[in-house]
Design a protein around this ligand. Sequence first.
Ligand code: TRP
Length: 458
Amino acid sequence: MTREAREHWGSKLGFIMAAAGSAIGLGSLWRFPYVTATNGGGLFVLAYIFFTFAVSLPIFIAELIIGRRAQRGPVDALTSMSCNTGPWRNISWLCVITNFIILSFYSVISGWSLHYLILSLQDFTAQRTAEEISALFDRFYVASDLNIFWLGMFLALSAAVVLGGIKKGIELWASILTPGLFVLMLCLLLYCSSLSGFWPALEFLFRPDWSHFSSTGVLEALGMAFFTLSVGLGILITYGSYMQPTQSIPSTAITVAVLNVCVSLIASMIIFPLIFTFNMQPDQGPGLVFKILPVLFNQLPATKLLSTLFFLILLLTAITSSISILETLATTGMEAWGWSRRKSVFIWSTAGFFLGLPSALAGSGLLLPNWTSIYGTDFLSQINALPDWMLTIGALAFAFFVGWTLKPEIVEQEYKKASSALSLKFFPLWIALVRYFVPLAIISIVLHKLGIFQLLSC
Ligand code: TRP
């Protein structure tokens, strides 16, 4: 394909909003709280924060470096920068496939938030008992037509944004939706801080308690640090490829990582006080947000407003994240096969719809009816757990690529472009993390997870 002029982000802030929008998503709002609950809070949260800054952030920077240098999406970037030697091309395709898988189930869950937003606007909890409200989710989960409908609607929304391109699509919408999300979340946080369960929730979230921490929580914390920062699948290679040389990569990355951790913590500081105020069990699994929160909102004043706000927030974060996945796929279609943006977006979102069907129908069992009896859990829960592994492999690959394969001068040049004096001071630390600490940490945690050696005694 000939190299036509590549579109770039219109402003530095616009790029930060787009990258933060990609990072902040269902991972922070829906997944982080329930995984924190199943892992006993405290130490898991600390491990998550540590991994975000010591492992995930260095890879975030590494991906942006690859993207901005190559000015191409992941497949073309890794292929051209490695001069098509080694396994890099195959690894980049693995990233594309994983993005596609994530898009499929992510859109199903995002579709739920769209459904719950509409329900909230209709004040669906009024005159219903707690059991009835929780049971609504169970009924919705097995309703094949509704799940398919919302999957399609959500993908259509995401496709409409990505069709607009970088400046007029992703950047424009992320610049509106991401700050909007912050404002809405701060309003909810302020409200929750007045509840009696606020302090017990903070204690649960931040007090280290070894008795609740298992060593498998370490891998989950690492996977979570990758997932919530959108690291390990080349999304940041794609976003980096639209970056201007006048923007500092490390400062941008740190800003996004801090924003992302703040949102994950704020989400938990909204959800757990509600749970503690009403003496409910926090470890409810993936249904936590959809089954429990409406019950709790129903017991508070301004139910309709609270519930609408919350599901609107969930939807906004889901959109700004899914567009980053769809953009990466669209870029791949445009670069690898010369498709137009319109054709690429259409093909990937339609394909995402079909791949999403087994997840959308996981509850009803219309497709793959024997899945649960054969594998023990339904298709959606299983596919949801897959990316942790893929992200870990991807992150390890990018660490090797930038730390050991790319010419050190290229890496240093990209890191230092437009960087502040402070960021420059961190260069030796960053490169040491990418070369040694990140691969060692990832490999030891994976070996531990596979049972090859024991990391902690518990
Ligand atoms: N980070 C997003 C979230 O927290 C999800 C996401 C978007 C993602 N793009 C990604 C995860 C790429 C992994 C890789 O919900």
